[in-house]
Design a binder for this molecule. Sequence first.
Ligand code: AMP
Ligand code: MG
Length: 422
Amino acid sequence: MWTFEEALAAVVKRTRRAAPELADPAPALGRVLDQEVVAGADLPPFDTTAMDGWTLTAEDLAAGRNELEIAGVLAAGGPMAARLEPGRTLKVMTGAPLPAGAVAVVPVEDATVEGNTLRIPKLPAPGTHVRKRGEVFAKGTTLLRPGRRLSPADIGLAAAAGYPALAVSRRPRARLLVTGDEVVEAGRPLGAGQIWNSNGPLLAAALSAAGADVNDMGVVADKTVFTRTAIQTALDADVELVVLSGGVSAGDFDLVRPVLEELGAEIVFHKVAIRPAKPVLFAVYGRVLVFGLPGNPVSVAVAFDLLVRPALRLMTGQSPALPLPVEVVLAGAVANKGPRLAFHPARVRAVEGALRATPLAPRGSHDVLAQATAEAYLVLPGGSAFQAGDRVPAYLATPETTLGSDPGGGPGGIEKPPGSNK
Ligand code: AMP
Ligand code: MG
């Protein structure tokens, strides 16, 4: 059986970048930058004032001159004033271009006006409330590099650098197909032996959170003819990714692998030494990546976070494929008795500078409640046991993972963690 590292490496090796497209600033939010952003001008573009106040020259500061002749007013956006002579001051509004010769600004509330004379009880140091041209960045400075997932602040930064639009990676196109005779869409009544489809909605959400355009094909019955037609349709759609749920285990009606083989897909791996999600399958069909995720809902989520999401990150130009785990301190004991590498759900809180992880005790790989409660996966080697206070690596929830919420993200709807050790 493949190790997790081997499986991830195989996914990385088979994944190709998606081409860039041009997005306006607003649609670029959450997309992955596919160009360098280089400052088109200095910021600030001119020496300016951080306060509404009065200008001071170096000569007046050096001479300790507390009374100055008022020479006029400058508004933000106004024309550049002539050089400021010693002994004179200009009233300047925040953002107004400072005249040459002005080296400090005293706020309006710290000075008094009498007729045409300004009195300054306490002179500031040179540089006070002055924003120097280019002090944030100089024209030509590289500000953002390709591969960055754009935040609102990034979009603001790019606009401050003069960019009306940004090249971003194209969204990978994905087809989603859920298998199972027993699976019915939520909203329909549950018949005998039926279960509501939770993998479809989870995967559709996870795919789009990870930046993909998803076409959800719904549920297909465990019959070869239906499975073949549905998978063929998915593979022949103009997509980079096909994600399947269920039907990859050892059951009598697990048809995904034989159908993929019959259609000519190359099975890269089937079964990985991880817990949960051991039966996970990865195949390629031309340039289409195919993930067959085990039907158990937690297996679906874990396999998505640890194998599918890395492929989506690479397709959109993000690296590394899987961000490194961080170290957390255990708040309770946890063990992985089995031989496989375990991704164990935990809640995480920042306490006195350390991330403290409370291991959950899920009922199994069908425990969707534990999964939604979790904020991290503890990475536990096979045959390991840990005590409170031990340090273990963990993959933290991010907006791209399927997990509950960001650590410390505030109270969720789930008050009492199911099976919590505490
Ligand atoms: P399978 O991998 O097809 O053998 O399914 C494993 C388990 O996951 C079974 O208990 C299924 O009923 C359950 N399951 C499969 N697909 C779904 C789904 N879309 N939503 C919820 N549970 C599912
Ligand atoms: Mg099934």
